[in-house]
Write a protein that binds this ligand. Structure first.
Ligand code: SF4
Length: 404
C-alpha cells in the first residue's frame, strides 16, 4: 500500500473493531505511576510463551467466521487485507465477494481497465488502494507469472505493499513467520508489554515491531497474527476492554499495574482542512458532463461533475470562471443548485453545485484526463467517490435534466 508514513500510523484507528455484546468489561484497579516509564521493552521468553499459546488457543475457539478465512488463495487474502485497511469488516464482506467474482485472479485484475477496477471499488473509498492493487496485479503478472510471491521481502517490492500488508499476506497465505502491526495489534502489545509512547512515535513503533517479530515465531504464524488482531478487535478494545474475558490477562502488564486506561495514549487528531470545490452541472440532451481527475491527489483517477477548487466565499460568477478555465471552454452561469457537505478523514469538503451551459460543448479539457457526456444510467458505471455521487444525486434531484 502506498501506506502513508508507515503502515502503523495509517492503521492506528483500525476499523476491524467490533464489539462482543453483553460481555462484562473489567479493569484492574488503577495504580499510581512512579518512575519514568521505559520505552524499550525486553520481554522474557516466559512472558512471550504466556501470551502466544493462550492467544492462539483462544483464537481457535472464538474466531469470527469471515469469508477470507475460508480460502487459501493468496490473491483473495491479499484483496481482503487491502479492503480491510480503513474499512469495517461488515462493509468489506459484500465488496470482497463482488470484487472477487468480477476479478477472480491477479491476471483478471491486471487485464482489466483501471476504470472498471475503480467502478468495482465504488463506495469503499480510499481509491488509491484500488489503483495500487491494479498496478501490483500487473507487476505480479509481469514479474512473477501471475502468482503472488510468497515472502514478505518480495511482496514489499510491489506497489501498495507496506510492512503490514506484506506481513499479513506472507504469514496468512504462505505461513512465513512474518510479523505485522496494525492499530489493533499496537494497542494489544502496548498493554501486554507496557509499551510507552504516542502512536506515530518511531521508538514506540520499533518496539512494537520487535515484539511482534518475537511473538510470531513458532507454529501457525498466520493464525497467530490473526489472533492478535482479532483479540484487539473484539476483546482488547480501545474503550472498555473485556479484561475479565481475556485469555492473556495473567500476562498483561497494563492489567497488573492498573494502566489499561492509559495505554496506549490517545492520538491527538489534526483538525480536518476545509476544502471547497465548485462543480459544473452542465446538462445537454439528457446527459451531464463528467470529468476524470488526474491520477494523483484527492479522488485521483475518479470521475466527477467537473470540479475546481475555490474559496468558500468566492462569488458564483468567479467560481464559474474557474470552471471555465479548468474546462478550457466558455461557461455561462445559469444558476446554483445548492451545496453538498461531506466529512472526509482529513478534510471538511463543501461542494458548490453551479448549473452552467455553453455555446461549445467541450470534449477535452486541460485540467482533466478525460471528459464524457453521460446519461444518469451511464454515469452509474463510472468510478466516482461517494462525495461526488452525493453531489450528482443532488443535481439530478433538483430536476436539472427535466425538460432539458
Ligand atoms: Fe485487558 Fe487482556 Fe487487553 Fe490486558 S490484554 S488490557 S487484560 S483485554
Amino acid at each position: 500500500m502506498a501506506e502513508a508514513a508507515s503502515d502503523l500510523a495509517a492503521r492506528t484507528a483500525h476499523p476491524r473493531n467490533s464489539t462482543v455484546a453483553n460481555a462484562p468489561a473489567a479493569r484492574a484497579p488503577r495504580a499510581k505511576r512512579s518512575a519514568a516509564p521505559a520505552i524499550t521493552v525486553s520481554p522474557t521468553p516466559k512472558h512471550l510463551t504466556a501470551v502466544r499459546g493462550p492467544l492462539l488457543g483462544w483464537y481457535d475457539r472464538n474466531k469470527r467466521d469471515l469469508p477470507w478465512r475460508r480460502t487459501r488463495d493468496p490473491y483473495a487474502i491479499w484483496l481482503s487485507e487491502v479492503m480491510l485497511q480503513q474499512t469495517q469488516v461488515s462493509t468489506v464482506i459484500p465488496y470482497w465477494e463482488r470484487f472477487l467474482a468480477r476479478f477472480p485472479t491477479a491476471l483478471a485484475l491486471a487485464s482489466a481497465p483501471l476504470d472498471d477496477v475503480l467502478a468495482g471499488w465504488k463506495g469503499l473509498g480510499y481509491y488509491s488502494r484500488a489503483r495500487n492493487l491494479h498496478r501490483a496485479a500487473q507487476e505480479v503478472v509481469a514479474r512473477f507469472g501471475g502468482r503472488l510471491p510468497s515472502t514478505a521481502e518480495e511482496l514489499l517490492t510491489l506497489p501498495g505493499f507496506g510492512r503490514y500488508t506484506a506481513g499479513a499476506v506472507a504469514s496468512i497465505a504462505f505461513g512465513e513467520e512474518a510479523p505485522l502491526v496494525d492499530g489493533n495489534v499496537a494497542r494489544v502489545l502496548s498493554r501486554l508489554f507496557e509499551v510507552e509512547g504516542l502512536p506515530g512515535d518511531k521508538e514506540r513503533e520499533a518496539t512494537l515491531w520487535a515484539l511482534a517479530t518475537a511473538l510470531v515465531k513458532g507454529e501457525r504464524p498466520g493464525d497467530f497474527n490473526q489472533a492478535l488482531m482479532e483479540h484487539g478487535a473484539t476483546t482488547c478494545r480501545p474503550e472498555s476492554p473485556l479484561c475479565l474475558l481475556c485469555p492473556v490477562r495473567g500476562a498483561c502488564v497494563a492489567f497488573r499495574k492498573g494502566r489499561v486506561d492509559e495505554l496506549p495514549p490517545a492520538k491527538v487528531r489534526a483538525t480536518p482542512k476545509k476544502l471547497t470545490l465548485a462543480l459544473a452541472v452542465w446538462p445537454h440532451a439528457g446527459t451531464l458532463l463528467f470529468a476524470r481527475r488526474a491520477d494523483s491527489g484527492l479522488f485521483g483517477g475518479l470521475w466527477e461533475l467537473p470540479a475546481a477548487e475555490v474559496d468558500a466565499d468566492l462569488p458564483e460568477a468567479e467560481a464559474a470562471a474557474r470552471l471555465a478555465s479548468a474546462l478550457g471552454s466558455e461557461v455561462k452561469l445559469e444558476g446554483t443548485l445548492g451545496t453538498v457537505k461531506r466529512q472526509l478523514t482529513h478534510r471538511d469538503l463543501t461542494l458548490r453545485l453551479l448549473r452552467v451551459s455553453g455555446a461549445q460543448r467541450p470534449t477535452r479539457a486541460p485540467a482533466f484526463q478525460e471528459l464524457r457526456w453521460c446519461t444518469p444510467a451511464e454515469a452509474a458505471a463510472l468510478g466516482m467517490s461517494t462525495a461526488m455521487q452525493r453531489a450528482l444525486d443532488a443535481a439530478l434531484g433538483s430536476g436539472v435534466l427535466n425538460g432539458d
